[in-house]
Design a protein around this ligand. Structure first.
Ligand code: HEC
Ligand code: HEC
Ligand code: HEC
Length: 353
């Protein structure tokens, strides 16, 4: 072998080694790129599944709606625990089992994607996607407390606790129990002497902590910290003093609804598609679900309450929560459609609870 040939051989070997090195170096890079694109695909799929199945309770940004817990700490949670929660649900809570093997609709791969999406911690992107799909749930109605009310309450004995309680109440409870605790078609009054005689502070605290299973009254432990729970207990216990001092809060005004013929027609179409199988044609009722084309129901139930029932469903019954499937505008359209039936609705005795 000449010196020149040796050199060529050496260069050749070096080139092969370098090439191999490059290939070796490239292999993990390729794997990393593949894993990254799989991860992105799972986040995208999981985000859409979240929008379609979860926003009604956990919120468009994972912030948790009303008494439902936030999921914004999912990145720090154990992935297997999240998987099991979605797959099997949580016994005796509104968190249903979504896994196909448990009677739900999601496959194991879809639940895997949900777990990856929740742990990706990209809640701004999730909220944007939810909005893009038109699935942002309706806002929970919040009562406004005027500054003068706080000033008046502050002068009362126990004023600090009562003010704190009013704030918690206005934000979380007024939509169902009424701005002044007077009750609504959704929930009983909380401002009566009768209630204060029947329930001790400990009883009230327990109801707030545990909720009343099978009713719209959820457990509030995830949404309210112990101080907030205590404040609202003090408010309910002290409502007699508020009544005596003449403290009243403005009644919640529902946002004006689009009552155009197009909105009513859209509501009628949606009702035909989604509601007649249970509530009967034109809402006349069926053995499975009560009549909505019903003078008593329509005249006693304000628009805001109808929207809230449609969005939130009725826990413990077959009435689904539509907030995750229908937009705000769709729910409003169904509400104006139901309202349009009121003029001719038959008088039907209210269903017994
Ligand atoms: C009807 C309301 C509702 C819907 C819809 C819902 N959840 Fe939940 N979820 C809950 C409630 C209530 C809890 C708290 C259960 C408990 O007390 O342990 C919960 C808990 C969870 C938890 C555990 C949180 C923790 O801190 O331990 C995860 C994770 C979760 N849900 C994910 C989902 C996902 C994903 C979806 C959609 C596929 C979904 N949920 C749909 C009501 C709901
Ligand atoms: C989505 C509607 C809804 C919201 C919001 C709501 N509740 Fe209730 N609440 C109900 C219903 C319905 C009942 C009646 C349950 C039953 O049939 O026993 C109830 C019952 C109660 C009772 C027992 C009343 C009695 O006479 O036995 C208390 C106390 C109470 N709620 C407090 C609260 C507080 C405090 C909040 C806010 C932190 C709140 N609720 C938010 C629907 C709601
Ligand atoms: C799978 C059956 C089912 C479907 C589908 C269904 N509902 Fe219901 N709905 C019920 C049941 C059952 C109740 C009664 C719950 C209870 O016991 O309080 C109910 C109650 C209601 C109520 C409260 C009635 C009252 O008297 O308090 C309204 C409003 C309502 N549904 C609207 C709708 C709308 C709008 C749709 C379609 C978007 C719909 N429901 C679809 C089963 C259903």
């Amino acid at each position: 072998m000449t010196t020149q040939m040796r050199w060529l051989a050496l260069i050749g070997t070096l080139m092969i080694v370098a090439g191999l090195g490059l290939a070796l170096f490239n292999e993990p890079a390729r794997q990393v790129a593949a894993a990254a694109s799989l991860h992105m695909a799972m986040v995208a799929e999981g985000t859409d599944l979240y929008a379609q199945n979860c926003v009604a309770c956990h919120g468009a940004s994972g912030e948790g709606i009303a008494a439902y817990p936030p999921l914004t700490t999912a990145a720090a949670m154990d992935a297997q625990l999240i998987y099991n929660t979605i797959d099997r649900g949580r016994y005796n809570t509104a968190m249903a089992a979504f896994g196909v093997d448990e009677g739900g609709t999601l496959t194991a791969m879809q639940i895997d994607s949900l777990v990856v999406a929740l742990q990706a911690d990209t809640w701004d992107t999730v909220a944007a996607r939810v909005a893009e799909l038109g699935l942002t749930p309706p806002q929970i109605t919040v009562a406004e407390i005027p500054a003068e009310t706080f000033t008046l309450v502050a002068t009362m004995p126990n004023g600090a606790a009562l003010s704190a309680g009013l704030t918690v109440y206005a934000e979380n409870c007024a939509a169902c129990h009424g701005a002044n605790g007077e009750g609504s078609t959704l929930a009983p009054a909380l401002n009566t002497d009768e209630l204060r005689v029947r329930l001790s502070d400990a009883d009230i605290a327990r109801i707030i902590q545990e909720g009343v299973p099978g009713t719209l009254m959820a457990s509030w432990v995830a949404a309210l910290d112990p101080a907030e729970q205590q404040a609202v207990v003090a408010l309910i216990g002290g409502w007699g003093e508020l009544n005596a001092a003449g403290v009243t809060l403005p009644v919640i005004e529902a946002a004006p609804l689009d009552t155009s013929p197009q909105a009513i027609a859209n509501g009628q179409r949606l009702f035909g598609l989604l509601c007649t199988q249970c509530h009967g044609v034109d809402g006349y009722g069926s053995p499975i679900a009560p009549a909505l084309n019903n003078q008593t129901f329509l005249s006693e139930t304000p628009d805001a309450a109808i929207q809230q029932i449609i969005a939130g469903g009725v826990t413990g019954t077959s009435m689904p929560a539509w907030g995750g499937y229908l937009t705000d505008a769709d729910i409003a359209a169904i509400t104006v459609y139901l309202r349009s039936l009121q003029a001719t609705a038959p008088i039907i005795a209210p269903a017994q609870p």
